[in-house]
Write a protein of this length. Structure first.
Length: 349
């Protein structure tokens, strides 16, 4: 079969390729949307058979676990993306070679490997994946080993000159910056504990829908007697309760629903263009929460919540409510639910 791997480029061409690759990452806040083009630029311009990324997802004293995330291959038969052994791969740190490699990655040091110089686990992997030589460059995020940018050569051994390695280290740094930018964007719009949207971001999304005259159902819910959970079991249990509530609600919500932690034990839900009857749909959520206790130190703890709902629709009003009006209506319904005994759903009139 004809070798379709591109010839290596000059140093200047490779640096230009790194620049083009970086632009791919910057075209979107989510770096993963441009990662395939990023890897392709690097692969074509280094003459590599395969360029890939894995992420470190767990590490221990004598093992680490990685996930094979993204890949570019010069030919379809070289692709490893469907290799199940590379997904959630556990590497045991048994021999000195693997230990030295692991420690080098923790320090952020790049490494070149040639099959002829290997033994043990690494040699077995090179043979299994038909790799003759490999260059790996750690991706360091906040000075911690995050993952690897790797370059495989499957058609024969190859050594990367220092100028190439320098360019590819820059590519790794640019990738790190893209990961950090995405992380900052996520943190700005999400609640760290529950991983739900935060109050500010949900309001922004609702206001955008309302400006477009979209109807929708807005719900505020409050955990009943949450202070008692903290007082009886401690604040760690309180945090666990909040996470449990978030997971329970998400498991019973349609994919288009937007859920946020509004603050403390208060949550909010926006269902744009909701066709279901508000009282029926939210009642299902209330029952799911009440019927699904969370376990704290082997003891089941039941949570209930009070729900206040308001529906915004051009058919019900002269215009769709602005957010402040919608919020006030839902909040008033929530107060009524609490006054009537809690653990119930009240729909604003």
């Amino acid at each position: 079969m004809k070798n379709m791997t591109a010839r290596p480029r000059s140093d200047s061409e490779l640096f230009l390729a790194v620049t083009r690759a970086a632009k791919r990452l910057n075209e979107s806040v989510n770096w993963q949307e441009g990662i395939t083009q990023f890897l392709e630029e690097l692969g074509v311009n280094t003459g590599s058979s395969r360029v890939w990324m894995f992420k470190l997802i767990e590490k221990g004293d004598d093992y680490y676990i990685t996930e094979y995330l993204h890949e570019w291959a010069a030919r379809p038969e070289l692709s490893n993306i469907d290799d199940l052994q590379l997904h959630h791969q556990r590497v045991e740190i048994k021999d000195q070679v693997v230990k030295d490699l692991y420690e080098a990655r923790l320090r952020g040091e790049w490494c070149q490997h040639h099959r002829a110089n290997l033994s043990g686990h690494l040699l077995q992997e090179f043979i299994r994946q038909d790799i003759h030589s490999m260059l790996t460059i750690p991706i360091m995020v906040n000075n911690q080993w995050w993952g690897i940018l790797g370059f495989d050569d499957c058609d024969g051994p190859k050594s990367y000159p220092e100028s190439y390695v320098a360019a590819l280290e820059i590519a790794s740094v640019l990738l790190t910056n893209a990961i950090l930018r995405a992380r900052l964007h996520w943190e700005a719009n999400h609640d760290y504990l529950t991983a739900l949207f935060n109050r500010r971001y949900l309001i922004k999304l609702i206001e955008e829908d309302l400006q477009q005259q979209k109807s929708g159902q807005f719900t505020i819910l409050d955990i009943d007697f949450f202070k008692q959970v903290n007082d009886q079991y401690g604040h760690q249990a309180g945090d666990a309760a909040l996470v449990h509530l978030a997971r329970t609600l998400k498991a019973h919500l349609p994919s288009h629903a937007l859920l946020a932690r509004f603050g403390g034990e208060e949550f909010a839900l926006w269902q744009p263009d909701s066709a279901a009857q508000p009282s029926v749909e939210i009642e299902k959520l209330r029952r799911a929460l009440a019927d699904t206790p969370f376990i704290w130190k082997e003891e089941p703890v039941t949570l209930t919540a009070s729900f206040g709902c308001a529906y915004a629709s051009p058919g019900l009003h002269e215009r769709v409510d602005d957010f402040e009006t919608l919020f006030a209506r839902a909040d008033s319904a929530l107060m009524k639910a609490k006054l009537k005994g809690r653990n119930r759903v009240i729909i604003a009139e």
